[in-house]
Structure formats: structure tokens, C-alpha cells
Design a protein around this ligand. Structure first.
Ligand code: ASP
Length: 450
């Protein structure tokens, strides 16, 4: 197979062409054409991924839980998963804090620029503030646990934003299936298993659209961020370039060190195999800025390419897409300290510890959709007494950083799934080379025994 026929190269080419098209559209005044005729394809791609997410989690997790003969195994795996998720997120925040405290990007921002940025983003900040207030209004300490249990299964699945509720429903259903007579549960499990195969084929179909999807998503991002004038992007980047650099550096350090060390020392998998296998999911995460929308791709890549058994992916990955956001937590730590530095507020060691604690919790509460991280950042700012209006400073470059932090979020979920699979004896042989293409291309005649 030639290199450009491989899926991840097709996606990379789609991304590059999308960026170029976005820049060309702004330069030539074609924004309207791009928004009307190009952007909808990206929306279709994201819709398809979201469409698959709930059926995929429901079918695979119910079957996964039902096939566990003992519930102890489930609670052991659950405890381990949550502990590793929290641990890696705390490491991510610490890396972010070290980078921002050592490099001090906030101190290089001139006062007149902070005033200008604050003025131009004031209205948007108020919007975010009211969203954050809505999210935290009247919430007692146990509200996150209350939110996990849905009162209506259809409503839980209808609202793609709350995958945790779907996970809870699937686990309850699976446990109940173990407890009824085998003769009764067998048929239902086999139907769900078959339904799961069908859903995976739909993932393949969505992936055929991926190169076009990312093309249009990136073109759309450039057009919407730049508006009529490309210089607004370049101006922002040159002003906030150092801050972006610190976020990106810390994200790379976390992905390159923490995840790599985890894979190297806690699993027998080669690093190259891991990153090659998860590559297309990273590219989709980068283009969609949504770990929720990327979930079907992450699950498929981990199962088919990295050899993680469905029993693990179906549990660890949906949970990770909602509670494990290393990139987001790291970004929140850097952003909070950056705003404090730029506005001349000095932070104590205790404040830095508060940042670690609140950023880990805020990232758990962040839903896997674009821009959610900056809303939860307000909680971190409040905890350390930095004025929330300060997010005006960083709003302009948030979209770009969102793409990168989402990529790290998804990579973290995948790395933890490989570690858990290895510990549970559920890690098979990876198949990176032959499974690089969507399996959809296999026709009925090629399949054995159909
Ligand atoms: N977009 C991120 C995600 O979906 C969340 C965020 O940091 O805004 O993982």
C-alpha cells in the first residue's frame, strides 16, 4: 500500500489542505462559500461520530460487563482505572505548573496589550461567566454523584454530553444480565454483541469520511477565528505566542514523557506501535476538539489496532472521555498562572496546590466538547482569587489550544486503556500495519463463513 493510501496520511493531507483552504478563503473573501458549502461536511462527520457514540458504548459495555463472570473484577478494574486517571491528571497539572512558573509567560505581556485584550473580549467573558454560573449554581458537594445517575434512560442517551450516565446505565444492565438465568441472558447478549459489530461498521463508514471531514473542520476553524482579517490571528499569536508555546511545550512533555514512560514500563507494547495505532484518533481529536466525538474512533483503534480487549475498552474509554482530561487540566493550570502573572497577582505555594486540586476536579467535570475547558477554568480562577475577567486575555487563542489539549486527552485515555488491559491480562497482539484502513472495505464474499 502506498503511503498516501493509508488512513492517517489521508487525514493529515485533509488537515493541511483544510488549513490552506481556510487561509485562501479569508484572503480571497470566500468565507461565505466556505461556511455554506465546505463547513457542513465537517458537521456531518462530527454528527456521524456522535451518532455512533451512545449505541457503541451501550452495546459494547453491556456485553463487556455481562461477560465478566465476577463482579469483583469489574470493581477492581474500575478502582484502578479511576486511580490511574486521577494520578496522570495530577502529573499533567504539575508539569504545566512547573513550565509556567519557570518560563513566566505572563510577565512578558505589556500592560497596554492586557488592557486591549480585556476590552475586546469583555462581552464573550460575560457569556462564559454566566455559563459557568449555570454549571455550578446550587450545587452541593454530592451533586456530581447525583448527576451520574439518570432518571430516564432515553434522556440520558439523548444528551450526548453526559456519557457518564450512559456508562452507569450500561453497567447496571450488564450486572443485571449476569444475575439472571443463563438461558435467558444468552440470547440478549448475543443480539447486543451482533449489534456492536454493526455499530463498528458504522464507525468504519464515518472514517471513510474522515479526510473530508477534517478538511472542512479546519477550513471552518480558520474562517471563523479569522473573520475578515487574517492579521487578527497573526497579531494574537505574536502577542500570546509565548503563552501558547508554554502550553504546547508542557502538553508535549506530558504526552512524550508521562504517556511514553507508562507504555514503556507498564506494558510490553512498543512506543511506536502505540503512537502509530492511536494516530488517526489523535488527528480526529485535533480536528474536532471533542473527546466525546472522537470516542468511537479511539475505541476502534484501541481494540483493532492496539489489541486491547473489548472488555477493557468498553469500560475504560467512555469513562476516560468524560473524566480523564490531562490536556485540559494542564492547560487550566498554565492559563490560571499566566493570567495571575499578567495581572500582577502573586500566587503562594498554597495557591499552586489549590490549582492542582481544583484543576484535577474541574477537568473531571469538563465535558468532552469544544471549548468546555475554558468554562471550567473559571472554577480554578475563583479558587485562587484571580478575577475571571482575566480569561479575556486568552480567549482569542483558545480554539487552537483546545485542539491540542483534546489530542492529549484522547491519547491519555488510550494509554491508560493499554496499561489496564496489560494488568488484567486483556492485551492481545497489536495489528498496526494491516488494520490501517477502515474494515468497511471488506466485502461479504471476502468474509469467511457468512
Ligand atoms: N475540548 C476538550 C475535549 O473535548 C475539552 C476542553 O478542554 O475544552 O476533550
Amino acid at each position: 500500500m502506498k503511503w498516501y493510501q493509508k488512513l492517517h496520511w489521508k487525514i493529515i493531507i485533509g488537515m493541511i489542505l483544510g488549513l490552506l483552504w481556510g487561509v485562501l478563503s479569508v484572503g480571497m473573501g470566500w468565507q461565505e462559500f466556505t461556511l455554506n458549502w465546505i463547513s457542513p461536511w465537517g458537521k456531518i462527520f462530527i454528527n456521524m461520530l456522535k451518532l455512533i457514540a451512545v449505541p457503541l458504548v451501550l452495546t459494547s459495555l453491556v456485553v463487556g460487563v455481562a461477560s465478566l463472570s465476577d463482579i469483583k473484577k469489574l470493581s477492581r478494574m474500575g478502582g484502578k482505572t479511576i486511580a490511574i486517571y486521577m494520578g496522570t491528571t495530577a502529573v499533567a497539572v504539575t508539569i504545566g505548573l512547573l513550565a509556567v512558573n519557570l518560563l513566566k509567560p505572563g510577565e512578558s505581556i505589556p500592560k497596554d496589550l492586557t488592557d486591549k485584550l480585556q476590552k475586546s473580549y469583555q462581552a464573550k467573558v460575560q457569556d462564559k461567566e454566566s455559563n459557568a454560573k449555570k454549571a455550578t449554581k446550587d450545587r452541593g458537594p454530592l451533586q456530581p454523584i447525583v448527576d451520574m445517575v439518570p432518571q430516564n434512560i432515553v434522556e440520558a442517551s439523548a444528551n450526548n454530553r453526559n456519557m457518564l450516565q450512559v456508562v452507569i446505565v450500561a453497567i447496571l444492565f450488564g450486572i443485571a444480565l449476569i444475575q439472571i438465568e443463563n438461558s435467558k441472558s444468552e440470547q440478549l447478549v448475543s443480539i447486543l454483541d451482533n449489534a456492536n459489530e454493526v455499530v463498528l461498521k458504522v464507525v468504519d463508514m464515518a472514517m471513510l469520511l474522515a479526510p473530508f471531514g477534517v478538511f472542512s473542520l479546519l477550513a471552518n476553524t480558520i474562517v471563523s477565528v479569522a473573520g475578515d482579517d487574517l492579521s487578527s490571528i497573526t497579531e494574537l499569536i505574536s502577542a500570546l505566542g509565548f503563552y501558547c508555546f508554554v502550553v504546547v511545550l508542557a502538553l508535549f512533555l506530558h504526552a512524550g514523557l508521562t504517556f511514553s514512560l507508562m507504555i514503556k514500563f507498564l506494558t510490553p507494547m512498543k512506543l511506536k506501535t502505540f503512537f502509530k495505532g492511536i494516530g488517526p484518533a489523535q488527528l480526529v481529536a485535533f480536528s474536532t476538539s471533542s473527546s466525546g466525538a472522537t470516542l468511537p474512533v479511539t475505541m476502534e483503534r484501541c481494540e483493532k489496532n492496539l489489541g486491547v480487549e473489548e472488555e477493557v475498552t468498553s469500560f475504560v474509554l467512555p469513562l476516560g472521555s468524560t473524566i480523564n482530561m490531562d490536556g485540559t487540566a494542564l492547560y487550566q493550570a498554565v492559563a490560571a498562572v499566566f493570567i495571575a502573572q499578567a495581572t500582577g497577582i502573586s500566587l503562594t505555594f498554597g495557591d499552586q496546590l489549590t490549582i492542582i486540586f481544583t484543576a484535577v476536579l474541574a477537568s473531571v467535570g469538563t465535558v468532552g466538547v469544544p471549548g468546555a475547558g475554558i468554562i471550567m477554568l473559571l472554577i480554578v480562577l475563583e479558587a485562587i482569587g484571580v478575577p475571571s475577567a482575566g480569561i479575556a486575555l486568552i480567549l482569542g487563542v483558545d480554539r487552537i489550544l483546545d485542539m491540542l489539549r483534546t489530542t492529549v486527552n484522547v491519547t491519555g485515555d488510550a494509554a491508560v486503556s493499554v496499561v489496564i488491559a496489560n494488568q488484567e491480562g486483556q492485551l492481545g497482539e497489536p495489528h498496526v500495519s494491516d488494520a490501517d484502513e477502515p474494515h468497511f472495505v471488506m466485502s461479504r464474499e471476502e468474509k469467511p463463513n457468512v
